[in-house]
Design a protein around this ligand. Structure first.
Ligand SMILES: N[C@@H](CCC(=O)N[C@@H](CS)C(=O)NCC(=O)O)C(=O)O
Length: 233
């Protein structure tokens, strides 16, 4: 069985959008898997998720989906037209290359939410080492965000970027039941994982407040919850 190597749960849930994306893809495609908790430095590229399948290690959620399609059949995207693939690709990039960094910023940099993040993500570290370890990881995340760019902006601008991303997603979901049409596709694994990581974690961030106001986003998460329940029944 495929092993998905990912972070240990925090707040009782999968708090990595990229790791959750792979889990959701497997659930939607009906591919059995086992989740294994690990740390990023153990992965082939120093990030999570990676999968292990018959002793082969595949890193990167995008590569993993490509690998699963090639080895287990393209169970979700076989019928996609170019007119659906193009907006799907753009939605995915928006989530992974923009919204993701606003989520990271809200959890790790915004002082209002950092204490909750620290307590949830580092509770397995012995209490004496918890503050220094958490502080060290936080500094590394800050450097990453400075390199990416959002770390150089004032707080309000970072959230404005994320809120604009959510408005674009809401517009798309107002037109369709799923990410790019009336059938679920691999793009929904991405979209659901990112929206879940904004709306279902116990951080009342400006992103969560903005997402909560979009009826199409709320309805989409509920629709996907129902579908995932049916798939696992
Ligand atoms: N392009 C990668 C991105 C994965 C990624 O950024 N993973 C984050 C967690 S959501 C990570 O491992 N961060 C730890 C680190 O950078 O040290 C993918 O699609 O899997």
């Amino acid at each position: 069985m495929i092993e998905i190597h990912q972070f240990a749960p925090a707040w009782g849930m999968n708090i990595s959008p990229f790791c959750l994306k792979v889990e959701i893809y497997c659930r939607l495609a009906g591919i059995p898997y086992q989740a294994r908790s690990t740390l990023p430095f153990r992965g082939p590229r120093g990030k999570l998720p990676f999968i292990v399948d018959q002793s082969q290690r595949v890193p990167d959620s995008g590569n993993i989906v490509t690998y699963l399609k090639a080895n287990y059949g393209d169970r979700l995207d076989g019928q996609l037209s170019d007119a659906q693939s193009a907006p799907g690709h753009m939605l995915r990039r928006l989530c992974e290359e923009s919204l993701y960094f606003v989520i990271v910023y809200s959890r790790w940099i915004d002082d209002r939410y950092w204490p909750q993040t620290r307590d949830a993500f580092f509770n397995m570290v012995p209490s004496g080492a918890r503050q220094p370890v958490a502080g060290m990881v936080r500094r590394a995340i800050r450097r990453g965000l400075t390199g990416q760019g959002y770390g150089r902006h004032p707080l309000a601008e970072v959230y404005a970027a994320g809120i604009a991303d959510l408005a674009a997603i809401a517009w798309q979901l107002d037109k369709h039941s799923y990410a790019v049409g009336e059938c679920v596709t691999s793009f929904d694994a991405t979209l659901y994982a990112f929206l879940f990581n904004i709306l279902r974690v116990p951080l009342e961030t400006p992103l969560k407040q903005a997402a909560s106001k979009h009826a199409s986003i709320i309805a989409y998460l509920e629709r996907m919850d129902e579908l995932l329940k049916e798939k696992s029944a």
